[in-house]
Design a protein around this ligand. Structure first.
Ligand code: ACO
Length: 322
C-alpha cells in the first residue's frame, strides 16, 4: 500500500514590496482600514522588467523544493501546477515548468481551482502516486494576482499578492495504520451555485483578461463556515481530534477568516500559522508559502500533525490532514 509524504518545500516571492501606505497613495484607503479588516500589512507584486511570471515564480519555488527533497529533477514522475493566473491559456504551466527545469517526459498538468487549487493538486498527486504513476510528484501553487486586480476597486485591490510555493510529494510504502505519516486524509467540496460571488470577468468568451470581482461579505460568510466544516471532516477521516493538531495552516486570505475558522475548530490561536500580514492573499500559492515560511522559521517540524484548509472561487474548498 502506498501513501504520499512531503519531502521538500520551496517558496518564492517577488522582491517588490507594496505596503498599505503605497496603496493609499493611489486609491482611497488607509493602512489602518486594511490592517483592521484584513490583517494585511504588505504584499509582493511582480514588477515590470523583473522577469517574473506565474511560471517563472513557480520554477524558482520548485528548484528549492527539489533541492530540499534531496532528489534529482530527472527523478520527477509527475508535475501538477495549481494556478488561476497561468501565463498562457495553453500550453499549461506544468509543461512550461517541465521545459524550464529540463525534466524528462512525464505527465504534467494544471489544476484550475483558484485559492483551493493547492489542496486539490495535492489530492490529485496523492491519488496518482497511489495508482502507480510514479514515486515523485512536483506540486506547485503559484499566482500573479496583481495582474487581475482592478485598481479602481479598493475592496479587492488591497487584498492580493503574488508568489509561489512548491512541494515534492513522495510515495512510500505504508501499513495503512494510524501511525502512518504523510498525507493522512483529504476532504474536497465545490458548489457552482456560488460562482458569481468570486470570479474573474474575462476569458475567451469576451476576449479579455478581465478583473477579479468579489462580494466580500458573502465570501466571508461562506469561508468561516465551510472551512471549519471541511477541516472537521478531514480530521474525522484521519481519526484525529482538535487536541491532536500541532498546527493549522490556513489559506491566507484574511486574518478574521483565519481566526474565526480556528475558533470554530477549537484550535487555539497560537497553533495557527499566519503569513497573510506579509504576503496578502496569494491564492494557490498561499498554503505552500505558509508551509515553507513556518518550516524555515522552525515552527513546523518533522512529525507535527497539520491541518491545512482553503476556499476560493467556484466556490471550491477543502482540507488536508498531514
Ligand atoms: N479601504 C477603505 N475602505 C474600504 C476599502 C478599502 N480598501 N474597501 C472597502 N471599503 C469600505 C466600503 O466601501 C464600505 O464603505 P461604506 O460603508 O461607506 O459603503 C466599508 O469599507 C465597509 O465595506 P465592507 O465590504 O462591508 O467591509 P468588510 O468589513 O466586509 O471588509 C473585506 C471587506 C475585507 C473584503 C471582507 O469582506 C472580507 O475579507 N471578505 C472575505 C473576502 C476574501 O478574503 N476574499 C479573498 C478571496 S476568497 C478567499 O481567498 C477566501
Amino acid at each position: 500500500m502506498y501513501n504520499s509524504r512531503i519531502s521538500g518545500l520551496g517558496m518564492y516571492v517577488p522582491e517588490n514590496i507594496v505596503t498599505n501606505d503605497d496603496l493609499s497613495k493611489i486609491m482611497d484607503t488607509s493602512n489602518e482600514w486594511i490592517i483592521e479588516r484584513t490583517g494585511i500589512k504588505e504584499r509582493r507584486h511582480i514588477k515590470k522588467g523583473d522577469g517574473n511570471s506565474t511560471v517563472v515564480m513557480g520554477v524558482k519555488a520548485a528548484k528549492i523544493a527539489i533541492e530540499r527533497a534531496s532528489i534529482d529533477k530527472d527523478d520527477i514522475d509527475l508535475i501538477l501546477f495549481a494556478t488561476l493566473s497561468p501565463d498562457y491559456y495553453f500550453p499549461g504551466s506544468g509543461v512550461l515548468v517541465q521545459e524550464l527545469l529540463e525534466i524528462p517526459t512525464c505527465p504534467a498538468m494544471d489544476i484550475r481551482n483558484q485559492c483551493s487549487g493547492f489542496i486539490y493538486a495535492i489530492s490529485v498527486g496523492v491519488a496518482m502516486l497511489r495508482d502507480g504513476y510514479g514515486k515523485k510528484c512536483l506540486v506547485i501553487g503559484a499566482d500573479s494576482m496583481s495582474k487581475l486586480l482592478d485598481w479602481e476597486d479598493r475592496s479587492t485591490a488591497v487584498l492580493f499578492g503574488d508568489g509561489a510555493g512548491a512541494v515534492v510529494l513522495e510515495a512510500y510504502s505504508c501499513s495503512g495504520e494510524k501511525e502512518d505519516r504523510g498525507i493522512l486524509s483529504v476532504d474536497l467540496n465545490s458548489d457552482g451555485n456560488y460562482k458569481d460571488i468570486l470570479h474573474v470577468d474575462g476569458g475567451v468568451a469576451s476576449k479579455t483578461t478581465g478583473y477579479l470581482r468579489m462580494e466580500g461579505r458573502e465570501v466571508f460568510k461562506h469561508a468561516v463556515e465551510k472551512l471549519a466544516r471541511t477541516s472537521e471532516k478531514a480530521m474525522a477521516k484521519a481519526g484525529v481530534k482538535s487536541d491532536d493538531v500541532d498546527w493549522v495552516v490556513p489559506h491566507q486570505a484574511n486574518i478574521r477568516i483565519i481566526q474565526g475558522t480556528a475558533r470554530k475548530m477549537g484550535i487555539p490561536d497560537e497553533k495557527v500559522i499566519k503569513t497573510v500580514q506579509d504576503h496578502g492573499n496569494t491564492s494557490a500559492a498561499s498554503i505552500p508559502l505558509a508551509l515553507s515560511v513556518a518550516s524555515e522559521a522552525g515552527q513546523i517540524v518533522k512529525n507535527d500533525l497539520i491541518v491545512t484548509e482553503a476556499i476560493g472561487g467556484g466556490l471550491a474548498w477543502g482540507a488536508i490532514v498531514l
